[in-house]
Design a protein around this ligand. Sequence first.
Ligand SMILES: Cc1ncc(COP(=O)(O)O)c(C=O)c1O
Length: 408
Amino acid sequence: MKLDIEFVRSQFPAFAEPVLQGQAFFENAGGSYTCGAVIDRLTRFYTQRKVQPYAPYAASMLGGAEMDEARARLSALLGVEADELSFGPSTTQNTYVLAQAFGQMMQPGEAIIVTNQDHEANTGPWRRLSERGIEVREWRINPETGHLNPADLEDLLDEKVRLVCFPHCSNVVGEINPVTQITALAHAAGAFVCVDGVSYAPHGFVDVGTLGPDIYLFSAYKTYGPHQGLMVIRRALGELLPNQGHHFNGGTLYKRFTPAGPDHAQIAACAGMADYVDALFAHHGGALAADAATRGMAVHDLMRAHETGLLQQLLDAVKSRNSVRLIGSDKADARAPTVALALNRPGEEAARDLAARGIMAGGGDFYAGRALSAMGVDPEKGVLRLSFTHYTSQAELDQLLEALDDVL
Ligand SMILES: Cc1ncc(COP(=O)(O)O)c(C=O)c1O
C-alpha cells in the first residue's frame, strides 16, 4: 500500500497555514512540524487539565491519566514495557544524566566506546567521563564515506568496555547503522549499548525491544510532537545504574533518570504522537486490533517507502555536480532523508539563497563537527542540509530541485 500523502498532510495544521503557503520545509532534522493530535492535546491540557496531576479531583486525575497514557501507548509502539520509557527535557539533557549515572557505576580503568559520527549529544557527555579515570575509545568513521565499520568496533572491544554509544543514523552522514548487528557485537563483549535514535525516529518508530539496544533515545519535537526527549532504558540496565532522581523515586524505573519535575502538559501531549501513528495505520487499512509494535512498524514501512522514492531523486540530482560533495551514501535504501552537501562556500549562504526561493533549509555544522572534521569538511564553513520526512510531497521536492539548479 502507498502512503496517502493528502491524508498525511491533512493531519498537520502547518500545511493549511496561510503564512506558510509556498514555503517548502527541508529542515526537518532540526525539528518537524507538529501533528494536529499533539496540538489538540496540548491545548486541552493547558485549558482543562493544567493542575498538579495525580490528585483526587477530576481535572487532576484526567491530567495524570493522560500522562500515563502517553507513556503506555508510546512504549507499546516501541516494543518495550511502560516503565522502560521516560521523558526528559531533551535528548542532550538525558545523555548528560545517563553519563552521570555511568560515571558513578564504573571504575577507573574501565572503558567506553564513542564514535566521531555522532551529534555532540551522544558523544560529548560520555567523553567527559575521562575526567573520572574512565578510558574513552573512539570508533572512527571512514573519512571518505562517513561509514562506521562494525569490524573496526570489534578491534576496540574487550572485557574493559562497559558501554558502546553510537547513532542509529547520523544527522549529517545519514547512513542507517545496523543497530542489531552492532548491539550483538557489544553484548557479546559484555558491554551495554546506547543508541541515539534522534535522526532516525522521525522516519518511523522502531520496535526497540526487537532491535536490541539497552538505551534508545530520541526527541519528540523532531517526531511530530512537543519539545521532549524520550528515552528507552531496558530494565536490567535501568535497575543496575544508580538512581539519579530523588531517593524516594528510586524504586520507580521511569523516574530514576529524570531528576527534574517533568513537563506535565508536554508529556500528556506526546500521546498525540501515538494517535497520529494509529490514525495512519487505520487510514491505510490496518486493523487496530494488531499489537502496537506491529502497527508502529507498518507505519514505519509506509513512511519509509514514500521517503526513499523522493530521496533517490534528490541524491541523483546532487551526486554528480562538480560544486557539491554529497556526504554519505548516494543510495536511498542505505540512508535517511537527511542530506548534507559540502559546497565551496558556507552552507548557511546557500540556505539563505534557498530561502529566497521558498525553501526552508539550514546550513552549519549541526553540532556534528566531529563527523564533518573527520571527513575533511571545515566545520566553520559547514554544510547545506536538506532534510525531509514522509509528509513531504513530490511538488515540494520539485520546488527544491528547481531551486538547487539556481543555487548550487
Ligand atoms: C542526531 C541528534 N542527536 C541528538 C540531538 C539532540 O537532541 P535534543 O535537541 O533533544 O537535545 C540532535 C539535535 O539536533 C540530533 O540531531
